[in-house]
Design a protein. Structure first.
Length: 578
């Protein structure tokens, strides 16, 4: 990614200031944060959300007389052009050849001021090099598309079929950050090592968030969760079950001799030149140990509030409340609903040099510059409650607790809010009003909840339609009204909706996810109802009357705007007609 030009970091800031991309206050804040945490100015500006990568790259491209392009919209690159630059150079310098005319080779780079790479390309290819600027993420995806020998499970199993069970071995790697892509190509590796590396690398290529490896009586199943939905993959042979699970346990530093108790571990892999953390959970079942691996890619973290999927009125409420000096803000939803991303986006927005922000998480999924993050360690007594209690002696302004799991943690969080701190945390409830009932069940008195809670956010993730194969179709207005759309939102008897037909860029017509949100902002009327301990449905109706957008309403807006499908709305918000 382009973050700085050959001119000084201050000069880059001045140039962005001159054209109105930054304000003086924003530049001052970014430079102060840079002094504290180090790093490049462009990266800090992106983290703060003051510029987008596209704006920054386009601006720097104009300054340097270079073209900005989107590789996602560029089209296919001929094989002859791809072969003009060796894969080792492409991966090391993070560039991709895209066009060749006569003696001129056009190369897309994320850092076009890397003069050493440009000089090497000239000597290596014999061409004059023309530079185009493209986002780092798009370059990595394009490299993966054209250079990685993906193969298939059949290719990997060819060698394994020739090996007897007794010949299978598990080799421990000393370097947990070993490059999976490179290992796939090393034909002399132990078969099981090669197979596990293929599964991990293939999951990353398919943009999976989780890998499920499940043993059954007569078969062995592998599934990837892509955009929130599990997809079955071609399974390895049942005879490799124990060897594969042992291999994963070794990589995650787990006890391979323990088969009766659950175990949790972590490991790192390196794919496309960036590291991915994997949280590994092993659970004994009737026919062997089931393994679930959660993939955490910090480079894919979105901390821009404008890109989360909040409706304009919900975004305004969100932004207003996260700048309050004290109180509690809770984010609710099931596992994998994007709660952590929402919290990180909020923290990044309020992360200023004059604030002391502290978090205790289990685990710390992504590192945020300028924020003090603590990993919870229940095995040694560092629980959420213990960490939170210690935080109050560290003079914090803003605190984030990964999850309120028990009464003790809830009570300390409430006391922190009562003594002038802004507290962020999560709970597992089905909707925003249900959070109050959950706290009551944990023993929190209603008057304490009403005194401290300022906002509750319930959320889900909707799969979004692939832009490459998106197609329109018409339905009657009665059809969408039956889903919960209000008649006044429609303009005619027919409504145009969209779906994806499926293509090489997506998974069954979907690519990526976007949040739908239900934001309950505390009001005097709601506080009175909470004190009276009214049922959740009464509280919900009062919140809707006061203007709360429900999860179903949020999802329907995305349906009508062509972002998602009817099937997704029904899958994610079933029962929420509110």
């Amino acid at each position: 990614m382009i973050l700085d030009s050959p001119v000084s970091l201050k000069k880059l800031g001045d140039m962005l200031l001159e054209v109105g991309i930054l304000t003086k206050e924003q530049l001052k804040e970014a430079l102060e944060l840079q002094k504290q945490s180090g790093g490049k100015l462009g990266h800090i500006l992106l983290q703060l959300g003051y510029v987008t990568e596209e704006v920054l790259l386009t601006f720097l491209g104009k300054q340097a007389g270079m073209q900005f392009i989107s590789l996602q919209e560029y089209g296919d690159i001929p094989e002859s052009i791809i072969k003009s630059v060796p894969e080792s150079v492409v991966r090391r310098q993070n560039l991709i050849p895209i066009e060749k005319k006569g003696k001129k080779l056009t190369v897309a780079m994320s850092d076009p001021f890397n003069v050493f790479a440009i000089d090497d390309l000239k000597l290596m290819t014999g061409f004059d090099i023309n530079i185009a600027i493209a986002p780092e993420k798009e370059i990595k995806e394009t490299i993966e598309k054209y250079y990685t020998a993906k193969g298939s499970m059949e290719d990997v199993l060819k060698d394994i079929d020739k090996v007897e069970d007794t010949d299978l071995e598990v080799v421990e790697e000393k370097d947990a950050g070993v490059d999976i892509v490179a290992l796939e190509k090393q034909g002399g590796e132990a078969p099981v090592v090669k197979l596990v590396n293929f599964i991990l690398g293939d999951a990353v290529r398919q943009r999976a968030s989780d890998i499920h490896i499940e043993p059954y009586e007569k078969n062995f199943r592998v599934r990837y969760r892509v955009d929130g939905v599990l997809h079955e993959q071609q399974p390895p042979p049942k005879k490799l079950q124990n060897a594969i699970i042992s291999r994963i346990k070794i990589m995650a530093s787990l006890d391979i001799s323990e088969h009766r108790l659950p175990q949790d571990g972590r490991m790192k892999i390196k794919v496309m030149d960036h590291e991915i953390d994997l949280r590994v959970s092993v659970l004994p079942t009737s026919f062997g140990e089931k393994v679930v691996m959660r993939l955490c890619d910090s480079s894919a973290l979105c901390v821009d509030l404008n890109k989360l999927g909040l409706e304009p009125e919900s975004l305004a409420i969100f932004q207003k409340n996260i700048t309050r000096p004290y109180g509690i803000i809770l984010v609710t939803g099931p596992t994998g609903s994007g709660k952590t991303t929402t919290l990180y986006s909020a923290l990044s927005t309020v992360n200023h040099p004059d604030s002391n922000i502290m978090t205790i998480e289990d685990p710390v999924e992504f590192v945020l510059p300028g924020i003090n993050q603590v990993q919870a360690r229940p095995d040694i007594g560092l629980t959420f409650s213990a960490g939170l209690r210690s935080f109050l002696r560290q003079d914090p302004n803003i605190i984030m607790v990964g999850e309120i799991r028990d009464t003790e943690t809830a009570e300390i969080a409430i006391n922190a809010a009562l003594t002038g701190h802004l507290v962020f945390s999560t709970l597992h409830t089905n909707d925003a009003p249900g959070t109050i009932t959950r706290l009551n069940n944990m023993g929190i008195e209603p008057f304490l909840a009403t005194s401290t809670i300022i906002m509750v956010i319930a959320q889900r993730l909707l799969r979004t339609i692939c832009k490459y194969c998106k197609e329109p179709y018409e339905v009657s207005s009665e059809h969408v009204i039956s889903l919960g759309v209000k008649p006044e939102q429609l303009t005619g008897k027919k409504v145009t909706l969209y779906h994806g037909r499926g293509c090489e860029h997506c998974s069954q017509g979907y690519r990526g996810r976007l949040g739908c949100y239900e934001i309950l902002e505390m009001s005097d009327e709601l506080r009175e109802l909470i004190i009276k301990k009214v049922p959740t449905h009464v509280l919900r109706q009062a919140a809707i009357k006061n203007g709360m957008t429900t999860l179903r309403d949020s999802a329907l807006r995305k349906l009508l705007s062509g972002v998602t499908t009817v099937e997704e709305v029904l899958r994610v918000t079933t029962g929420d007609i509110g």
